[in-house]
Write a protein that binds this ligand. Sequence first.
Ligand code: SF4
Ligand code: SF4
Length: 402
Amino acid sequence: MAHFTCEVVYRGIFQKNLASRICRGIVLSARKAGRWGIAFGRYGDSPQRNGIPAKDFAIVADTQEELEQNMARYEPKEVDVTICVDDTLSKGVESWAWYGLQPINRLTLPGGTLLMTSLQTVDALLKDIHRKDTAYDLAIIPAKASFSGLWVYKEDHTEARILGALAKIQPAFLSLDAVCQAIREAEWGSDLKVESAKKAHERLKSRTIQITEGNAETPYSFEMPKWWEMREGVSIPAIPIGKPMEGGKGYVPERNPYFKKFTTRTMRPVIDFDKCVKCTLCWIQCPDSCFDVTPDGLYDANMEACCGCGVCEAVCPAKECVVMVSEASFEDNASQWEMWRRDKDAYKAWMTQKIHEKTHVVRSHGFRFRGQYEQEVAREIDTGGIEITAGIPGENADSKSL
Ligand code: SF4
Ligand code: SF4
């Protein structure tokens, strides 16, 4: 008797449909391969919020009894394959379902595989992926993070490519033939998608990651309150008033001291303080009270509180004053305003590099021009690689008047 288990780590809402399609595809492919399969979401991840990491699971077993035995667990404690569909999650995962930061490879079994969609190299990803005390394989499908909304689905073949890759990683459970049959016969019914699955299978590259490789940082954690420290009844304290900054010249709003949201971000705002007209809109509209009011009346987004929603970029009236940039481009959560105050020329060089290099701005929360998916899929099939097309900035830059 044998089984294999996988988790799909995804961005809440933006990739909810993608994750469920991947899991559904695994189960259907398992049936085509004469095996049993089941998929389920994590209870603690519901309801979801834009970008907050969440998980779905799929289990494939030789027999129904084996499957039922694995289903008896609330959620798998270890998996053969971790599928990660946004490479900024390589910094770690902080979900609503647990507390503190969980390395992306935490549940991956010794010798298991972390399968990621990414345009980054293995070495670049390993700057963020935490070290593990056993070796595992890192497999990469060259692809941009596929985002859409709650009610829509982005038809860019990411799910077909992941299924094709999975057939290479777990051939004993999911043959490529079974995956292709499932894709052809399921609602997708597309030969083009079958082709995408085959290409991903053929081209998948993986490398064994040793215990000495990866980010050596200890993931953020905190002490949970004991049951006797909890207050009676259901009462949620209001957010306290914030603190003055530099003798009352500035202001720092109070924030959740435990839930550090930096892993919920797939992009972060980069601010050009010289273009700011101090209109206060970002400060008022930010849903997470991220902005500190600085002593000189500017607005500095706190990177421990920012969830990367992009509202500040959307509301800012000044062109290229707030620009959302891929989270993969940053190595820390330091204050941008402090950097700007310290050395304006150095800040300008840093900021210009971040917002004008295409690799930094290529992702978006799902907005696309009509026909863009078809163009990208065709490029992938024809040339074997996705060209980096323009993403943000530009989604609403034309409507800015200042
Ligand atoms: S992206 Fe902007 S609006 Fe959204 S949480 Fe971060 S600072 Fe606030
Ligand atoms: S919305 Fe833009 S211009 Fe207005 S305060 Fe914020 S950063 Fe400055």
